[in-house]
Write a protein of this length. Structure first.
Length: 151
């Protein structure tokens, strides 16, 4: 009785082994032509796309400027002739997010007197505008100094 059970168990493993072997052969034959494709033979000829650089939000742009960008001009990349002069920044604890306020400038001239909260601070499309950056206040003492030198 034990011998007949043993023979049955052996015959079952042999049939499942033969079935697995036939499936493996089918899988190998069906995958062989795909592996021999010309594109996989020379992987260096495939164009490798460079990783796209992530654009920065306003806080990430401002963090590299002195005093967190207060007094500097920033604008969204798709804005033409419009920028904000940053007047105040509130940072969240992580240092990459926060709120910002600024004065709107159109074509380099002030469009508003009072600062307003800037919308879209966390959107990744901000850029620093270097040619409109911090304007130094002109002193009125320079004109009398010129008169003293002339006398």
């Amino acid at each position: 009785m034990a011998a007949s059970l043993m023979n049955r168990a052996i015959s079952r493993t042999e049939t499942t082994g033969a079935f697995r072997l036939s499936l493996n052969l089918l899988r190998n034959f069906s995958a062989a032509p795909a592996a021999a494709s010309p594109s996989s033979e020379n992987p260096s000829s495939d164009p490798i796309k460079p990783k796209r650089r992530k654009k920065k939000n306003l806080i990430e742009v401002a963090q590299f400027l002195p005093n967190w960008g207060i007094g500097y001009h920033m604008a969204k990349a798709h804005w033409n002739g419009v920028s904000y002069e940053i007047t105040k920044i509130n940072l969240y604890k992580d240092g990459r997010h926060g709120k910002a306020w600024g004065i709107v400038h159109k074509d380099g001239l002030r469009a508003a007197e009072a600062p307003k909260k800037i919308s879209g601070v966390h959107k990744r499309c901000w850029k620093y505008i270097p040619n409109l950056s911090k304007t130094t206040p002109t002193t009125t003492n320079s004109a009398p100094a010129a008169e003293v030198q002339a006398a």
